[in-house]
Every structure is written in C-alpha cells, then in structure tokens.
Design a protein around this ligand. Structure first.
Ligand code: NAI
Ligand code: MG
Length: 502
C-alpha cells in the first residue's frame, strides 16, 4: 500500500487558504508506487512477416523513445516498399491456401488462444505499453490490455456464427486487408483492427505508429505461441511512407485507417478509383453537455475522465464542455478543485492520473494550440503542480470564456486541454454541439430520460454517452460521421465492414 507523506512547506494556513479546504497532492503526497513487472523488452525489434521476425531489407532501424524520460528503449525495423511487398505476399498465400478456406469454428480456436495468451502476459504488456507510449500504468493495466484481450475473445465467438452477421445472406471474407493505426491506443487499436478481420477469414498487413511499435511487435510473439498459421497477420513497423505503401498496395482488398483526418484524406485520394473497400476512423471534437438537472459531482468526474483519460490523446475525447448557464459557475468551480487533485508524472507509478505526452511533436502541437487559445482571449486555468524535469509533460488545462469561433473550440488538440462553452436552451446546445466538422462522439448529463433520447437523436455523433463518458465494449460499434470518418468497429456492424455479402 502506498503511504502518505506530509509535504514540507505546504501548510494551508501559511498559504492563506481556509483550513477546511483539503486538497490531496498539496498538503499530503503519495510515496512512489512504481509498477515493477518486467516488460521483457528486446534491444531490437524486427518485422513480423510469415510468423517470423525478419530484418528490414534496407537494414534501417529507428529508435523508440520512452516519452516519460526521453530515453531510448529499443530499435525498431523501418519497413519500406519491398518489405511491405513481402508482407502482402505472405498474407496472400495464407489467405489462398489456409485461412480463407478454414472453417470458422477452427479459426475461432486460434483467436481464443491469442486472447488467453494475452491475458496470461497482461502485466508484461501493460508495462511495455506504458514505457513506450507514456500512458499511466493504471490505464494500460485496467483498460488497454484487458480491452484488447476482450476484442479477441468477442470476435473469436463470432468466427463460427458468421451466418448471423447478415441474417438471410451469406458472408465471405474480402481477402487481404491493409491497416494503419495511431499511437494513442497502440495495442488496443491493433486488436480492434486484427480481431474482426481474421475472425471473418481475412489476412492482415498492419502498421503500428512510429512512436509506439513495441507492443505491436510483441503481439507477434503471441501469434507465434498461439500457432497462428504463417502469414495470417503480418506486422510491419515504419513511418508514413510505410503506411502509404500498405494503403495503396494492389493486393489489398480493403484498407482500414485510424489517425488524423489530414492523413485519412491523403489515403482516400490515393486509392480513389480503385475497388478497395475502406473504413476511416479519424479525428473528433466532441461535445460533453451538462444540463442544470445533472448530478453535478458525477458529471465532474465524467468531464475529467472525458478529457484527461490517456492525456487527452483520444479521438472521442470530450474536448468541448457545454454547460447549461444556471450551473456553469458551480461546475467550473468543482472542476477546478477536482483537477488540482490529479497526479501528473511518472506513468509507471500506480497513483499517476496523467502520464507523459506521447511524443515531442505532439507536445509541440498542444503547446502551439494552447498559446493560440490564450492569444484569442480565452481564460486559462492550470493547476500549479510540479512536472518531472525530463520527459514530455503538459498540465491539465481548462479554457473558459470560449466561443465557437475560437480555434481551440474547433481544432482537435489531442491533449489534456478542455474548452468550456455555455448554453441556455436545449436547441442551442444541439446547435453548438453539431457545429463542428467532426462527428465521432458526444456526452449528455441530465436526470431526464426524455432529454437523453432527444439529444441522442439530434446529435450528429457516432456514439452518444448518457451520464457517463469514454465507455467501450467490443459488442458496441464505434465510428463517426462527417470528417470523423466512416465505417464501424466492434459489434456485428464492425464485422460487416470486413466481409462481402454473397
Ligand atoms: P497521423 O495520422 O500522421 O498518424 C497515424 C498513422 O498514420 C501512423 O501510423 C502514421 O505512420 C501513419 N501515416 C502517416 N502518414 C501516412 C500516409 N501518408 N499514408 C499512410 N499512413 C500514414 O497522426 P500524427 O501525425 O501522429 O498526429 C497528428 C494529429 O493527428 C494529432 O495531433 C491528432 O490531432 C490527430 N490524430 C488523431 C487520431 C485519432 O484517433 N483521431 C490518432 C492520431 C492522431
Ligand atoms: Mg515510444
């Protein structure tokens, strides 16, 4: 159990604050509680093609950095066109000779095995995920890894029931699919992409993001241990050019992408006119809407979870808070008090709430947009917490007095930065919420069931959470409208995007 130590200089009376205001992390502080499991890292990670780890043909590697301390963790193979060709050749052969022909109930056995092996090594994967990406260990341990395993379990369950995916119709796999994923949920996005694809009988070529390749390549070890037939899943690490080679490859029957809207558009242009199917899961700028009859304390927890979960590196993050005017001041006051209690620092510490920003580049993007917010005249609040001397960190930030014309209310910041706007009527809330290029998610906080139903009909968002936020489940389809993309992941709908009707 972590113990509490009294901080030296922090005396509430000396700081002029009334003694009744007890703020954790100020008067008292937790002793360090680092997670100590061995992530079993290798010094160098090769490409995973045809169930073997192979060096890239160019011999090129790049470094993966721990964003919490800027130290190099490992070298990652940089795949280029020739490696992507080899990966597609392996996938095509596996599809034509083994996987595409195997009965679903046989495929299911492999996928169940993958899920169980991932559970067996959950702690190791959680530590590796946190070291490579900067997210707090409590999130990789309690969310990313178990949820990744859940996606394999869920889709294993479908593999022998595919006749029920499209009632009255027969379904067939598409062939080989190419997939590119981002760095915010490296292992989980991998599971989201791979599990439905292979359950349906497709084979896969996938690329993790350049800052977070380690758990992807570690998953190759699990595929080996599960005895997955060679070539069913091929993992090729690299940069944007590697991703482009995967998306445009002639063998790909379908491509799936999760990442920025900007890159999504580049990919769509590059494959326009081909017969490739595609699904795109792109950016977001979700409204989290709090009505005056909402349970305020619960809503404040939901607001915090909505924007500070995973440092705000979440496509469906509740980055725009819309508060009903009668409760705006009360919500903002409680929110600030709550934010002062958040613990920012070492992602491996079990008590850390906000870990490291994923990369130096992302930190710069956040800093740039926050500076714009200040310049535009919004009122900024940040707690006065200490940040580690090394590593990429950013204080949780709340902007109030924001209007829809502010850039911070329109652009995806993808960091721990919340913009607060107010509204007077339900119609105004709907209009403001929908006044965005995106349409991925939204949250509604109210005591009234009818209002929840009304809002979930009116809001142009793929997911609308009611009196909760950032809840995920493999059975529940996820995806966007407008510039947030198209296609769904999860549930029966997600499987429909990996098959053809015959
Ligand atoms: P990105 O979209 O460039 O990266 C996502 C993935 O796409 C990575 O694996 C990357 O290597 C790959 N990629 C890059 N260029 C490509 C190309 N031309 N063809 C195929 N694949 C390509 O995102 P980035 O630059 O890391 O982040 C920039 C901003 O994008 C963030 O600040 C955030 O606002 C947004 N973003 C949104 C995500 C979401 O899930 N909504 C995820 C990641 C980033
Ligand atoms: Mg890294």
């Amino acid at each position: 159990m972590p113990t509490l130590t009294r901080k030296k200089q922090s005396n509430p009376r000396a700081s002029g604050r009334p003694a009744a205001e007890l703020i954790f992390g100020d008067l008292w502080e937790f002793d360090p509680a680092p997670e100590t499991a061995d992530p079993k890292l290798k010094a160098r990670y090769d490409l995973f093609i045809n169930n073997k780890f192979v060096p890239p043909k160019s011999g090129k590697y790049f470094d993966s950095i721990n964003p919490a301390n800027e130290k190099k963790i490992a070298e990652i193979a940089y795949a280029q066109a020739a490696d992507v060709d080899a990966a597609y050749a392996a996938a095509k052969k596996a599809y034509d000779t083994v996987w595409g022909k195997m009965p679903g109930k046989e495929r299911a056995k492999y996928i169940y095995r993958i899920a169980r092996l991932l559970q067996d090594r959950a702690r190791e994967f959680a530590v590796a995920e946190t070291i490579d990406g900067g997210k707090p260990i409590k999130e990789s341990r309690d969310f990313d890894v178990p949820m990744a395993a859940a996606h394999f379990f869920y889709h294993a369950g479908w593999a022998d029931k595919l006749d029920y995916v499209a009632p009255g119709r027969k379904v067939a796999p598409l062939g080989v699919v190419g997939q590119v994923i981002p760095w915010n949920f490296p292992l989980l996005m991998l599971a989201w992409k791979i599990a439905p694809a292979i359950a349906m009988g497709n084979c896969v070529v996938i690329k993790p993001a350049e800052t977070t390749s380690i758990t992807a390549l570690k998953l190759g070890e699990i595929f080996q241990a599960a005895g997955l037939p060679p070539g069913v899943v091929n993992i090729v690490s690299g940069f944007g050019d590697t991703g482009a080679a995967i998306m445009t490859h002639p063998t790909a029957a379908k491509v799936a992408f999760t990442g920025s809207t900007e890159v999504g558009k580049i990919i769509m242009r590059s494959i326009a006119g081909t017969e490739k199917k595609m699904t795109m899961e792109l950016g977001g700028k979700a409204a989290n809407i709090v009505f005056d009859d909402a349970p305020i304390d619960q809503a404040v927890e939901g607001i915090v979870n909505g924007i500070f979960f995973n440092q705000g590196h979440v496509c469906c993050a509740g980055s725009r808070l819309l508060v009903h005017e009668p409760v705006a001041e009360a919500v903002l006051t409680k929110l600030k008090t709550r934010i002062k209690m958040l613990r920012i620092g070492d992602p491996l510490d079990k008590n850390t709430d906000i870990g490291a920003i994923n990369s130096k580049e992302q930190l710069k993007t956040i800093q740039r947009l926050v500076a714009i917010g200040v310049k535009e005249g919004a009122t900024m609040f940040q707690p006065k917490c200490d940040l580690p001397a090394k590593g990429y960190y950013f204080r949780p930030t709340v902007f109030s007095d924001v209007t829809m014309s502010h850039q911070i209310a329109r652009e995806e910041i993808f960091g721990p930065v919340l913009s607060v706007l107010t509204f007077r009527t339900l119609d105004e809330a709907v209009e403001k919420a929908n006044n965005t290029a995106y349409g991925l998610s939204a949250g509604v906080w109210t005591d009234k069931g009818s209002r929840i139903l009304k809002m979930s009909t009116e809001l142009k968002a793929g997911v609308v959470w009611a009196n909760t936020y950032n809840k995920f489940d493999p059975t529940s389809p996820f995806g966007g409208y407008k510039e947030s993309g198209f296609g769904r992941e999860g549930g029966r709908q997600g499987l429909l995007d990996y098959c053809k009707l015959v």
